[in-house]
Ligand binder design. Sequence first.
Ligand code: HEM
Length: 505
Amino acid sequence: MADIKKLTNEVGAPVADNENSITAGARGPVVMQDVWLMEKMAHFNREVIPERRMHAKGWGAYGKLTVTHDVSRYTRAKALQLGKETELFIRFSTVAGERGAADCERDIRGVAVKFYTEEGNWDLVGNNTPTFFIRDVHNFSDLNRAVKRDPHTGRRSAQNNWDFWTLLPECFHQITITMSERGIPASFRNMNFYGEHTFSLYNANNERVWCKFHFKTRQGIQCLTNAEAAAINAVDREYHGKDLFEAIERGDFPKWDMYLQIMTEEQAKNHYENPFDITKVWPHKEFPLLAVGELTLTRNPENYFAEVEQAAFTPAHVVPGIGFSPDRFLQGRLFSYGDAQRYRLGVNHNHIPVNRAKCDVQEYHRDGAMRVDGNYGTQPAYSPNSAGYWTAQPEVAEPPMALEGAMWRYDPKDVPTDDCFRAGGNLWRIMDERQRALLIHNTAAEMAGVTKNVRYRHAVHCYLADSAYGSRMSEALDLRMETVEALAKLSHQALIQATLSSTME
Ligand code: HEM
């Protein structure tokens, strides 16, 4: 057993002196022979790894999912069977800020959960909103360029942000949520989270349904006003991380109830909106929440870099009984995460303890940078092989998915029933006066300095969602109501043309 107080170099040899460089004479230069110094400096220079392209700032914790309701009629996933407990790791994040950003910014919050199931890891990589800004994967990199730093000034730009958002009307519902009081949660413990996309579930008889995942906080929803958040950010940029860590340390374990929304394949065919469009939500009246179980966080990570920074989640990681859907946005994500992580962490990132499955892993991937296990020793590296190693398991194949239609670049806005403003209008209508006033106030604050043409675009969208929402927004943004009403009569393309010029009066 090593003496834990003794310093060694990276291969275990004792280090004689960790403070005085070897110099040629008492006043002379450092010599190359101070190899311990070279090792120390060289390692330090390589300690920063790329941050996540978005969701760079985050905090993690371990916990468990306990299933308290029988949902076996929908899914055969072993982790979702009645009575089952599954260990998990969760990471909460903001989206737009870099690794050092303040926690209490107005933004949506990422919530990524890795369930270490007995059938492999299942990652649910969601957010604290039931919907998203955009719905085609093509728009994703642009969204992030618009909300992150301007290439000219190097600063965040409300102009870029709102210009992009208002040119894509499908952003409207998510804008309304982000500008509402929920845009700055009081803590991670005080918010819900969602898988957002439509996924699929299939049961032991291989019968498929479509589903959405919801997690509702037991701590109650609590939010911060702009003024409260600004005061916190001024003195504590790690406020949400601290809150989560300290709650778990004192044994006040946060809990969320897990629910499913289910839509049959038949219902999906006849649904008035595309059920695979992430910017739409499924009405709870028609598709009620079905209880599944409870998710509890019970343990803090030992080491931030090892466990939180190196955590890697991907929607591509599903287990038998849980599948994807035709959602084009989800399909794009299935590529993006593993690709990003092979760059950010390396090809063997799933060997890092926080990412490693807790069941047997038997695949034919070999070698690669930082392969630090036995690399499967003498076992065959090819398949099929006569040794009979690691054959595929057809019994877990999901049922075939029937698709129809010609291959084409379909624009959802061409569908006459596609309504980008219905959900945002519904949200406005269920808000009380305090919530509406905050939404208007927050939006006006975020749009300060944004040119009039872009402000008009947003006010028109508010008006199309609800005339009262439009008139209140128009007043707050210092716009003429007659112009808003006239612009609201235009088609989407004509509205864009009419509001292109930043000198618009
Ligand atoms: C086509 C759309 C999207 C693409 C291409 C995309 C891509 C990415 C990438 C590349 C990362 C960094 C991954 C890493 O370095 O480990 C990331 C992080 C993340 N994304 Fe997305 N994303 C998309 C949409 C979404 C949506 C709709 C959600 C929520 C439902 C979401 C939630 C997250 C979360 C929570 C993280 C942080 C994961 C963590 O804590 O490590 N993303 N995304």
